[in-house]
Design a protein around this ligand. Sequence first.
Ligand code: GTP
Ligand code: MG
Length: 441
Amino acid sequence: MKKLVLGMLAHVDTGKTTLSEGLLYLSGAVRRLGRVDHRDAFLDTDAQERERGITIFSKQAEFSWGDTALTLLDTPGHVDFSAEMERTLSVLDCAVLVISGTDGIQGHTRTLWRLLERHAVPTFLFVNKMDLPGADKAALLAQLQEKLDGSCLDFSDGLEPVQEDLASLDEGLMDQYLEGGRITEADAASLAARRLVFPCFFGSALKLEGVEKLLDGLSRYTLSPSYPTGFGARVFKIARDGADRLTYVKITGGSLKVRTLLREEKVNQIRIYSGAKYQTIDEAPAGTVCALTGLTGTRPGDVFGVEPPAAGPELEPVLTYQVIPPPAATSTLPSAISASWRRRTPSSGWFGTKRWGRFTSSSWGRFSWRCSPGSFGSGLGRRSPLAPGTSSTGRPSPMPWRGWATSSPCGTTPRSTCCWSPAPGAADCASPPPAPPTSWT
Ligand SMILES: Nc1nc2c(ncn2[C@@H]2O[C@H](COP(=O)(O)OP(=O)(O)OP(=O)(O)O)[C@@H](O)[C@H]2O)c(=O)[nH]1
Ligand SMILES: [Mg+2]
Protein backbone atom coordinates (compact mmCIF):
# COMPACT_ATOMS: atom_id res chain seq x y z
CA MET A 1 0.00 0.00 0.00
CA LYS A 2 1.26 3.48 -0.87
CA LYS A 3 1.89 5.53 2.28
CA LEU A 4 1.85 9.34 2.10
CA VAL A 5 2.04 12.27 4.48
CA LEU A 6 -0.33 14.94 3.19
CA GLY A 7 -0.28 18.55 4.36
CA MET A 8 -3.32 20.81 4.23
CA LEU A 9 -2.27 24.43 3.75
CA ALA A 10 -4.01 27.73 3.00
CA HIS A 11 -4.66 31.28 3.94
CA VAL A 12 -6.81 31.61 7.07
CA ASP A 13 -10.50 30.57 6.88
CA THR A 14 -10.23 29.08 3.40
CA GLY A 15 -11.69 25.79 4.56
CA LYS A 16 -8.71 23.51 5.35
CA THR A 17 -10.29 21.96 8.42
CA THR A 18 -13.66 21.64 6.67
CA LEU A 19 -11.97 19.93 3.72
CA SER A 20 -10.00 17.66 6.08
CA GLU A 21 -13.27 16.73 7.74
CA GLY A 22 -14.71 15.89 4.30
CA LEU A 23 -11.71 13.70 3.39
CA LEU A 24 -12.00 11.81 6.67
CA TYR A 25 -15.76 11.39 6.36
CA LEU A 26 -15.82 10.23 2.75
CA SER A 27 -12.98 7.80 3.37
CA GLY A 28 -14.86 6.30 6.31
CA ALA A 29 -12.24 7.32 8.90
CA VAL A 30 -14.93 9.20 10.86
CA ARG A 31 -18.60 8.26 10.97
CA ARG A 32 -19.99 11.72 11.69
CA LEU A 33 -19.27 14.82 9.65
CA GLY A 34 -18.17 17.45 12.16
CA ARG A 35 -18.23 21.17 11.45
CA VAL A 36 -15.97 24.00 12.53
CA ASP A 37 -19.00 26.28 13.01
CA HIS A 38 -20.63 23.69 15.27
CA ARG A 39 -17.43 23.36 17.30
CA ASP A 40 -17.25 19.65 16.72
CA ALA A 41 -14.64 19.33 13.96
CA PHE A 42 -12.53 16.19 14.38
CA LEU A 43 -9.27 18.09 14.02
CA ASP A 44 -9.93 21.39 15.85
CA THR A 45 -9.65 19.62 19.17
CA ASP A 46 -8.30 22.38 21.39
CA ALA A 47 -10.79 24.34 23.52
CA GLN A 48 -9.53 27.66 22.14
CA GLU A 49 -9.83 26.40 18.57
CA ARG A 50 -13.45 25.41 19.13
CA GLU A 51 -14.25 28.63 20.88
CA ARG A 52 -12.74 30.83 18.16
CA GLY A 53 -13.45 28.65 15.13
CA ILE A 54 -9.83 28.77 13.97
CA THR A 55 -7.02 26.25 13.86
CA ILE A 56 -4.09 27.08 16.12
CA PHE A 57 -2.12 23.83 16.29
CA SER A 58 -1.26 21.51 13.41
CA LYS A 59 -3.18 18.25 13.80
CA GLN A 60 -2.88 14.71 12.54
CA ALA A 61 -5.42 12.18 11.24
CA GLU A 62 -5.09 8.82 9.50
CA PHE A 63 -7.24 7.62 6.61
CA SER A 64 -7.00 5.60 3.44
CA TRP A 65 -8.44 5.83 -0.05
CA GLY A 66 -8.06 3.00 -2.54
CA ASP A 67 -4.55 1.68 -2.25
CA THR A 68 -3.23 4.81 -0.53
CA ALA A 69 -2.81 5.24 3.23
CA LEU A 70 -2.59 8.89 4.16
CA THR A 71 -1.46 10.74 7.24
CA LEU A 72 -3.17 14.10 7.07
CA LEU A 73 -1.60 17.13 8.75
CA ASP A 74 -4.07 20.01 8.97
CA THR A 75 -2.22 23.28 9.59
CA PRO A 76 -3.26 26.71 10.87
CA GLY A 77 -3.76 29.39 8.23
CA HIS A 78 -3.51 32.39 10.53
CA VAL A 79 -0.23 34.21 9.98
CA ASP A 80 0.36 34.36 13.75
CA PHE A 81 0.73 30.60 13.76
CA SER A 82 2.87 30.33 10.63
CA ALA A 83 5.72 28.68 12.51
CA GLU A 84 3.42 25.80 13.42
CA MET A 85 2.60 25.41 9.70
CA GLU A 86 6.20 25.79 8.51
CA ARG A 87 7.44 23.04 10.83
CA THR A 88 5.25 20.47 9.10
CA LEU A 89 6.66 21.19 5.63
CA SER A 90 9.81 19.16 6.17
CA VAL A 91 7.81 15.94 6.63
CA LEU A 92 5.32 16.21 3.76
CA ASP A 93 5.20 13.87 0.77
CA CYS A 94 2.54 16.04 -0.87
CA ALA A 95 0.29 18.97 -0.05
CA VAL A 96 -3.14 20.33 -0.83
CA LEU A 97 -3.08 24.10 -1.12
CA VAL A 98 -6.62 25.33 -0.60
CA ILE A 99 -7.78 28.50 -2.38
CA SER A 100 -10.99 30.32 -1.60
CA GLY A 101 -13.27 30.44 -4.65
CA THR A 102 -14.49 33.89 -3.65
CA ASP A 103 -11.22 35.49 -2.53
CA GLY A 104 -8.79 33.78 -4.92
CA ILE A 105 -5.07 33.98 -4.26
CA GLN A 106 -4.23 36.02 -1.19
CA GLY A 107 -0.94 37.31 0.18
CA HIS A 108 -0.34 34.34 2.44
CA THR A 109 -1.13 31.94 -0.43
CA ARG A 110 1.96 33.22 -2.25
CA THR A 111 4.09 32.75 0.86
CA LEU A 112 2.85 29.16 1.15
CA TRP A 113 3.53 28.57 -2.54
CA ARG A 114 7.11 29.78 -2.11
CA LEU A 115 7.62 27.57 0.94
CA LEU A 116 6.22 24.52 -0.85
CA GLU A 117 8.63 25.22 -3.69
CA ARG A 118 11.54 25.56 -1.27
CA HIS A 119 10.71 22.20 0.30
CA ALA A 120 10.03 20.65 -3.14
CA VAL A 121 6.62 19.34 -2.04
CA PRO A 122 4.39 17.98 -4.86
CA THR A 123 1.31 20.21 -4.65
CA PHE A 124 -2.37 19.77 -5.49
CA LEU A 125 -4.77 22.70 -5.43
CA PHE A 126 -8.34 22.61 -4.22
CA VAL A 127 -10.41 25.68 -5.02
CA ASN A 128 -13.01 25.68 -2.27
CA LYS A 129 -16.30 27.53 -1.60
CA MET A 130 -17.40 27.15 -5.22
CA ASP A 131 -20.97 27.02 -3.86
CA LEU A 132 -20.84 30.74 -3.05
CA PRO A 133 -22.05 33.40 -5.50
CA GLY A 134 -19.20 35.00 -7.44
CA ALA A 135 -17.00 31.91 -7.60
CA ASP A 136 -16.00 31.73 -11.28
CA LYS A 137 -14.09 28.57 -12.17
CA ALA A 138 -12.56 29.78 -15.44
CA ALA A 139 -11.40 33.06 -13.92
CA LEU A 140 -9.95 31.26 -10.88
CA LEU A 141 -8.03 28.78 -13.01
CA ALA A 142 -6.63 31.65 -15.09
CA GLN A 143 -5.56 33.37 -11.86
CA LEU A 144 -3.79 30.24 -10.59
CA GLN A 145 -1.94 29.92 -13.89
CA GLU A 146 -0.98 33.56 -13.97
CA LYS A 147 -0.04 34.13 -10.33
CA LEU A 148 1.22 30.73 -9.17
CA ASP A 149 2.33 28.61 -12.12
CA GLY A 150 1.27 28.09 -15.74
CA SER A 151 1.23 24.35 -15.03
CA CYS A 152 -1.76 24.54 -12.69
CA LEU A 153 -4.09 22.33 -14.75
CA ASP A 154 -7.71 21.41 -14.19
CA PHE A 155 -7.81 17.68 -13.35
CA SER A 156 -11.54 17.68 -12.44
CA ASP A 157 -12.47 15.66 -15.51
CA GLY A 158 -9.48 13.35 -15.53
CA LEU A 159 -6.55 13.46 -17.94
CA GLU A 160 -8.37 13.44 -21.29
CA PRO A 161 -9.00 17.21 -21.51
CA VAL A 162 -5.37 18.01 -20.56
CA GLN A 163 -3.47 15.44 -22.65
CA GLU A 164 -1.73 18.03 -24.81
CA ASP A 165 -0.92 20.33 -21.88
CA LEU A 166 0.66 17.44 -20.00
CA ALA A 167 2.63 16.29 -23.02
CA SER A 168 4.09 19.77 -23.42
CA LEU A 169 5.66 19.58 -19.94
CA ASP A 170 8.15 16.83 -20.78
CA GLU A 171 10.07 16.07 -23.97
CA GLY A 172 9.70 12.30 -23.64
CA LEU A 173 5.96 12.63 -23.09
CA MET A 174 5.64 14.92 -26.10
CA ASP A 175 7.31 12.28 -28.32
CA GLN A 176 5.01 9.64 -26.85
CA TYR A 177 1.98 11.84 -27.51
CA LEU A 178 3.01 12.75 -31.05
CA GLU A 179 3.45 9.07 -31.82
CA GLY A 180 -0.18 8.53 -30.90
CA GLY A 181 0.36 7.40 -27.28
CA ARG A 182 -1.68 8.63 -24.34
CA ILE A 183 -0.45 10.39 -21.21
CA THR A 184 -1.22 7.89 -18.45
CA GLU A 185 -1.94 8.31 -14.74
CA ALA A 186 1.59 7.11 -13.99
CA ASP A 187 2.96 9.81 -16.33
CA ALA A 188 0.88 12.46 -14.59
CA ALA A 189 2.02 11.18 -11.16
CA SER A 190 5.63 11.47 -12.26
CA LEU A 191 5.06 15.04 -13.49
CA ALA A 192 3.35 15.99 -10.23
CA ALA A 193 6.15 14.40 -8.16
CA ARG A 194 8.69 16.56 -10.03
CA ARG A 195 6.48 19.61 -9.52
CA LEU A 196 6.08 20.00 -13.29
CA VAL A 197 2.31 19.93 -12.98
CA PHE A 198 -0.03 21.06 -10.19
CA PRO A 199 -3.35 19.20 -10.42
CA CYS A 200 -6.29 21.50 -9.61
CA PHE A 201 -9.72 20.49 -8.30
CA PHE A 202 -12.78 22.63 -7.62
CA GLY A 203 -15.66 22.19 -5.21
CA SER A 204 -17.20 22.89 -1.86
CA ALA A 205 -15.76 21.19 1.21
CA LEU A 206 -18.84 22.18 3.20
CA LYS A 207 -21.19 20.49 0.73
CA LEU A 208 -18.80 17.62 0.00
CA GLU A 209 -18.71 18.61 -3.65
CA GLY A 210 -15.55 17.81 -5.58
CA VAL A 211 -13.96 16.21 -2.52
CA GLU A 212 -14.16 12.68 -3.87
CA LYS A 213 -12.41 13.79 -7.05
CA LEU A 214 -9.64 15.26 -4.94
CA LEU A 215 -9.31 11.94 -3.08
CA ASP A 216 -9.11 10.06 -6.38
CA GLY A 217 -6.52 12.52 -7.62
CA LEU A 218 -4.38 12.14 -4.50
CA SER A 219 -4.40 8.41 -4.86
CA ARG A 220 -3.82 8.35 -8.64
CA TYR A 221 -1.34 11.15 -9.24
CA THR A 222 1.15 10.52 -6.45
CA LEU A 223 4.18 8.25 -6.26
CA SER A 224 5.20 6.08 -3.35
CA PRO A 225 8.17 7.68 -1.53
CA SER A 226 11.26 5.53 -1.11
CA TYR A 227 13.31 5.43 2.09
CA PRO A 228 16.77 4.13 3.03
CA THR A 229 16.99 0.93 5.10
CA GLY A 230 19.06 2.54 7.86
CA PHE A 231 17.11 4.25 10.65
CA GLY A 232 16.42 7.96 10.23
CA ALA A 233 13.91 10.36 11.79
CA ARG A 234 13.16 14.05 11.69
CA VAL A 235 11.59 15.99 14.58
CA PHE A 236 9.05 18.57 13.44
CA LYS A 237 7.08 19.48 16.50
CA ILE A 238 7.10 19.39 20.29
CA ALA A 239 3.76 19.35 22.10
CA ARG A 240 2.15 18.19 25.33
CA ASP A 241 -0.75 15.88 26.02
CA GLY A 242 -1.59 16.19 29.69
CA ALA A 243 1.65 15.56 31.54
CA ASP A 244 3.34 13.89 28.57
CA ARG A 245 5.91 15.69 26.49
CA LEU A 246 5.46 14.62 22.87
CA THR A 247 8.19 14.63 20.24
CA TYR A 248 6.54 14.47 16.82
CA VAL A 249 8.73 12.79 14.24
CA LYS A 250 8.55 11.37 10.77
CA ILE A 251 10.48 8.14 10.39
CA THR A 252 12.55 8.72 7.26
CA GLY A 253 14.50 5.47 7.12
CA GLY A 254 14.40 1.91 8.50
CA SER A 255 12.09 1.73 11.51
CA LEU A 256 11.90 2.79 15.14
CA LYS A 257 11.06 0.32 17.91
CA VAL A 258 9.67 1.28 21.28
CA ARG A 259 12.32 1.36 24.05
CA THR A 260 15.03 2.34 21.57
CA LEU A 261 17.58 4.76 22.99
CA LEU A 262 17.75 8.06 21.12
CA ARG A 263 20.56 10.26 22.40
CA GLU A 264 20.62 8.18 25.59
CA GLU A 265 16.92 8.68 26.27
CA LYS A 266 14.48 5.81 25.97
CA VAL A 267 11.46 6.04 23.69
CA ASN A 268 8.70 5.02 26.12
CA GLN A 269 5.78 5.05 23.71
CA ILE A 270 5.20 5.47 20.00
CA ARG A 271 1.81 7.09 19.52
CA ILE A 272 -0.16 7.50 16.30
CA TYR A 273 -2.55 10.38 16.83
CA SER A 274 -5.79 10.79 14.92
CA GLY A 275 -7.64 13.87 16.17
CA ALA A 276 -7.52 13.96 19.97
CA LYS A 277 -7.06 10.20 20.32
CA TYR A 278 -4.06 7.99 19.78
CA GLN A 279 -3.01 4.38 19.47
CA THR A 280 0.34 3.03 20.57
CA ILE A 281 2.45 0.84 18.33
CA ASP A 282 5.62 -1.15 19.04
CA GLU A 283 7.42 -0.31 15.82
CA ALA A 284 7.07 2.54 13.35
CA PRO A 285 8.27 1.89 9.79
CA ALA A 286 9.63 4.56 7.46
CA GLY A 287 6.97 7.02 6.32
CA THR A 288 5.19 7.02 9.70
CA VAL A 289 4.38 10.27 11.49
CA CYS A 290 4.24 9.54 15.22
CA ALA A 291 4.59 11.16 18.63
CA LEU A 292 7.25 9.78 20.95
CA THR A 293 7.17 10.02 24.72
CA GLY A 294 10.19 9.76 26.98
CA LEU A 295 12.41 12.30 25.23
CA THR A 296 13.13 15.52 27.11
CA GLY A 297 15.82 17.29 25.09
CA THR A 298 14.42 17.20 21.55
CA ARG A 299 13.63 20.27 19.44
CA PRO A 300 11.90 20.87 16.13
CA GLY A 301 14.47 20.44 13.37
CA ASP A 302 16.46 17.73 15.22
CA VAL A 303 17.42 14.70 13.16
CA PHE A 304 18.35 11.13 14.10
CA GLY A 305 20.22 8.36 12.30
CA VAL A 306 20.84 8.73 8.58
CA GLU A 307 18.67 11.82 8.23
CA PRO A 308 20.74 14.83 7.03
CA PRO A 309 20.62 18.08 9.05
CA ALA A 310 17.45 20.06 8.46
CA ALA A 311 17.38 23.54 6.92
CA GLY A 312 16.31 26.27 9.33
CA PRO A 313 12.95 28.03 9.13
CA GLU A 314 12.49 30.66 6.43
CA LEU A 315 9.68 32.73 7.91
CA GLU A 316 10.99 35.43 10.14
CA PRO A 317 9.20 36.41 13.32
CA VAL A 318 8.02 40.01 13.42
CA LEU A 319 8.90 40.29 17.05
CA THR A 320 11.58 38.60 19.12
CA TYR A 321 12.10 39.39 22.74
CA GLN A 322 14.37 38.28 25.48
CA VAL A 323 13.47 38.64 29.09
CA ILE A 324 16.09 38.44 31.78
CA PRO A 325 14.54 37.67 35.12
CA PRO A 326 16.46 38.18 38.34
CA PRO A 327 18.54 35.12 39.32
CA ALA A 328 16.17 34.12 42.14
CA ALA A 329 13.32 33.71 39.67
CA THR A 330 15.10 31.73 37.00
CA SER A 331 14.11 28.28 38.22
CA THR A 332 10.36 28.85 38.59
CA LEU A 333 9.58 31.61 36.13
CA PRO A 334 10.11 29.89 32.79
CA SER A 335 7.71 27.04 33.32
CA ALA A 336 4.98 29.31 34.67
CA ILE A 337 5.35 31.85 31.90
CA SER A 338 5.93 29.32 29.20
CA ALA A 339 2.75 27.42 30.08
CA SER A 340 0.69 30.58 30.18
CA TRP A 341 2.14 32.12 27.04
CA ARG A 342 2.09 28.93 25.04
CA ARG A 343 -1.62 28.58 25.59
CA ARG A 344 -2.10 31.90 23.84
CA THR A 345 0.62 31.88 21.21
CA PRO A 346 1.57 28.27 20.59
CA SER A 347 3.88 29.15 17.76
CA SER A 348 6.25 30.95 20.05
CA GLY A 349 9.56 29.29 20.61
CA TRP A 350 11.19 29.12 24.00
CA PHE A 351 14.57 28.80 25.55
CA GLY A 352 15.06 27.83 29.15
CA THR A 353 16.36 30.38 31.57
CA LYS A 354 18.23 27.80 33.57
CA ARG A 355 20.71 27.33 30.81
CA TRP A 356 21.02 30.86 29.53
CA GLY A 357 19.78 32.90 32.43
CA ARG A 358 17.14 34.33 30.13
CA PHE A 359 14.45 33.18 27.79
CA THR A 360 13.51 34.18 24.31
CA SER A 361 10.25 34.07 22.48
CA SER A 362 9.18 35.09 19.02
CA SER A 363 5.92 35.95 17.45
CA TRP A 364 4.76 35.91 13.87
CA GLY A 365 1.71 38.02 14.63
CA ARG A 366 1.36 41.63 13.65
CA PHE A 367 1.33 43.02 17.13
CA SER A 368 1.35 46.77 17.24
CA TRP A 369 3.64 47.97 19.95
CA ARG A 370 5.85 50.91 20.71
CA CYS A 371 9.50 50.37 21.24
CA SER A 372 10.18 52.14 24.46
CA PRO A 373 10.93 50.87 27.92
CA GLY A 374 7.77 50.40 29.90
CA SER A 375 5.34 50.37 26.99
CA PHE A 376 6.34 46.96 25.73
CA GLY A 377 3.57 45.24 27.61
CA SER A 378 0.79 47.52 26.50
CA GLY A 379 1.49 46.81 22.83
CA LEU A 380 0.98 43.14 23.44
CA GLY A 381 -2.17 43.65 25.43
CA ARG A 382 -2.74 43.85 29.14
CA ARG A 383 -2.79 40.11 29.54
CA SER A 384 0.69 39.69 28.14
CA PRO A 385 2.74 37.59 30.53
CA LEU A 386 5.78 39.50 29.39
CA ALA A 387 4.70 42.96 30.34
CA PRO A 388 7.41 44.31 32.61
CA GLY A 389 6.30 44.47 36.15
CA THR A 390 3.44 42.04 35.73
CA SER A 391 3.18 38.37 36.49
CA SER A 392 2.09 35.74 34.01
CA THR A 393 -1.51 36.27 35.12
CA GLY A 394 -1.33 39.99 34.33
CA ARG A 395 -1.39 41.03 37.99
CA PRO A 396 1.28 43.40 39.26
CA SER A 397 4.41 41.60 40.26
CA PRO A 398 7.37 42.77 42.26
CA MET A 399 9.74 41.03 39.87
CA PRO A 400 12.17 43.50 38.37
CA TRP A 401 12.43 42.11 34.85
CA ARG A 402 14.55 43.56 32.18
CA GLY A 403 14.93 42.58 28.56
CA TRP A 404 15.24 43.41 24.90
CA ALA A 405 12.82 43.27 22.04
CA THR A 406 13.62 43.23 18.34
CA SER A 407 10.99 43.95 15.75
CA SER A 408 11.07 43.25 12.07
CA PRO A 409 7.53 44.03 10.94
CA CYS A 410 6.77 42.05 7.82
CA GLY A 411 10.43 42.30 6.84
CA THR A 412 9.75 45.64 5.15
CA THR A 413 11.21 48.02 7.69
CA PRO A 414 14.62 47.89 9.32
CA ARG A 415 14.91 45.90 12.50
CA SER A 416 14.72 47.92 15.64
CA THR A 417 15.77 46.81 19.06
CA CYS A 418 14.81 48.34 22.34
CA CYS A 419 15.62 47.66 25.93
CA TRP A 420 13.36 48.00 28.89
CA SER A 421 14.23 47.82 32.52
CA PRO A 422 12.81 48.72 35.91
CA ALA A 423 15.15 51.70 35.80
CA PRO A 424 15.26 52.90 32.19
CA GLY A 425 18.61 54.27 31.18
CA ALA A 426 20.37 52.30 33.88
CA ALA A 427 23.29 49.99 33.29
CA ASP A 428 20.90 47.21 32.27
CA CYS A 429 20.36 48.82 28.92
CA ALA A 430 23.89 50.04 28.40
CA SER A 431 25.19 46.67 27.22
CA PRO A 432 23.98 45.22 23.91
CA PRO A 433 21.37 42.46 23.97
CA PRO A 434 22.82 38.98 24.21
CA ALA A 435 22.56 37.01 20.98
CA PRO A 436 19.62 34.66 21.10
CA PRO A 437 20.28 30.92 20.94
CA THR A 438 19.96 29.51 17.46
CA SER A 439 17.21 26.92 17.69
CA TRP A 440 13.85 26.60 19.36
CA THR A 441 12.86 24.39 22.23
N1 GTP B 1 -19.90 28.36 1.83
C1 GTP B 1 -18.87 27.60 2.19
N2 GTP B 1 -18.29 27.79 3.38
C2 GTP B 1 -17.25 27.00 3.70
C3 GTP B 1 -16.75 26.01 2.85
N3 GTP B 1 -15.70 25.40 3.44
C4 GTP B 1 -15.53 26.00 4.64
N4 GTP B 1 -16.46 26.97 4.81
C5 GTP B 1 -16.63 27.84 5.97
O1 GTP B 1 -15.49 28.66 6.08
C6 GTP B 1 -15.18 28.90 7.46
C7 GTP B 1 -13.75 28.51 7.75
O2 GTP B 1 -13.62 27.11 7.60
P1 GTP B 1 -12.39 26.32 8.24
O3 GTP B 1 -12.49 24.92 7.75
O4 GTP B 1 -12.32 26.53 9.70
O5 GTP B 1 -11.18 27.07 7.55
P2 GTP B 1 -9.65 26.87 7.86
O6 GTP B 1 -8.93 27.12 6.59
O7 GTP B 1 -9.41 25.53 8.49
O8 GTP B 1 -9.36 28.02 8.92
P3 GTP B 1 -8.03 28.19 9.80
O9 GTP B 1 -7.57 26.83 10.16
O10 GTP B 1 -8.43 28.97 11.00
O11 GTP B 1 -7.06 28.92 8.95
C8 GTP B 1 -16.20 28.10 8.26
O12 GTP B 1 -17.24 28.96 8.64
C9 GTP B 1 -16.69 27.07 7.27
O13 GTP B 1 -18.02 26.61 7.52
C10 GTP B 1 -17.41 25.81 1.59
O14 GTP B 1 -17.07 24.97 0.77
N5 GTP B 1 -18.45 26.65 1.32
MG1 MG C 1 -8.51 25.09 10.25
